[in-house]
Design a protein around this ligand. Structure first.
Ligand SMILES: O=C(O)CCC(=O)C(=O)O
Ligand SMILES: [Fe+2]
Length: 287
């Protein structure tokens, strides 16, 4: 009988002799986001799959997941680890959401490292520009009232160390990352909701993506804690990430399209200052 697939439950069916490609696809997708096999088995039998078939499907060679349009940065969350070893440090896993793809991490930087990054960036701050897709150049933008600067990739030992951690954490080559950007928001400063990918309909985008391809993921690292305000918000997911020193929020987008629901912004700082470091990840080498 025909059956429909959703991402949250296996296909319903009567007793079936063998696992369909759809079922194997669903298993692969669930594993990718970290669901354990025991949980999958329960879900499959509850949905009407014969237990022997369900077990066989779980034992079959893993299927390549076809859902993402392009390979994406993604942390290894299979088995639901509480932390990920990034070489010189254990990064804590605090929250994981599938659609939009958002993962919250803790302790990617120590307090001392956050302070050192702020100190290195502070003398180089200037009013933030945004990439202007109309021309491919950069411009001052009223939607973005922070001050910022870019580090060259590998510019300082601390920057290099952080880039290596990010590469391990998100399984994405260091070479595909843009230089780390540090932003400071004073009281009232904000970054209105936007997408980080480059709009394919804008004439300047072709020029921009010649170097490294599209952006496919973003990691925002919180370097301090504003006294009030300054959350990173995802309006379409009703999600608000409160800045905590050393934490980082990751999100990815498999195509440059609003359907990824990765619209996000930095809410106005109400009191104090907000410092973040942003790492944008490209599809290919960003040289
Ligand atoms: O300030 C924030 O929380 C968001 C920053 C952001 O969207 C970006 O740097 O692309
Ligand atoms: Fe952004």
């Amino acid at each position: 009988m025909p059956h429909s697939m959703t991402s949250s439950s296996p296909a319903q069916g009567h007793v079936v002799a063998s696992a369909s490609p759809q079922l194997r696809q669903w298993i692969a997708e669930q594993r990718r986001i970290g669901v354990l096999d025991a949980t999958l088995l329960t879900a499959m039998t509850a949905a009407g799959w014969n237990e022997a078939v369900a077990r066989a499907a779980l034992q079959a060679p893993p299927m390549v997941v076809a859902t993402p349009k392009v390979p994406l940065p993604e942390p290894a969350l299979v088995g639901e680890p509480g932390a990920i070893d990034v070489g010189d440090r254990e990064v804590r896993v605090l929250m994981s959401m599938k659609g939009p793809r958002v993962v919250l991490f803790g302790q990617i930087l120590s307090d001392a490292e956050c302070a050192a990054l702020i100190a290195a960036a502070r003398p180089r701050l200037a009013r933030s520009l945004t990439v202007e897709t109309a021309s491919g150049g950069e411009e001052i933008n009223a939607d973005r009232t922070s001050d910022g600067m870019f580090f060259q990739r590998g510019e300082l030992p601390l920057v290099q160390l952080l880039e290596a951690r990010i590469a391990r954490l998100l399984n994405w080559p260091v070479e595909n990352g843009e230089g780390l950007q540090v932003l400071r928001y004073g009281p009232g400063a904000e970054y209105k909701p936007h997408h980080d990918y480059f709009d394919p309909d804008e004439p300047g985008t072709a020029t921009i993506v010649r170097r490294g391809g599209q952006r496919v993921g973003t990691l925002i690292i919180y370097l301090n804690e504003p006294a009030q305000g300054g959350a990173t918000v995802f309006p379409e997911a009703s999600l608000q990430v409160v800045p905590q020193r050393g934490h980082a929020v990751f999100f990815s987008y498999d195509q440059p399209d609003p359907s990824t629901r990765t619209l996000h912004g930095g809410a106005p700082v109400i009191a104090g200052e907000k410092w973040i470091a942003t790492k944008w990840l490209r599809q290919g080498r960003f040289d």
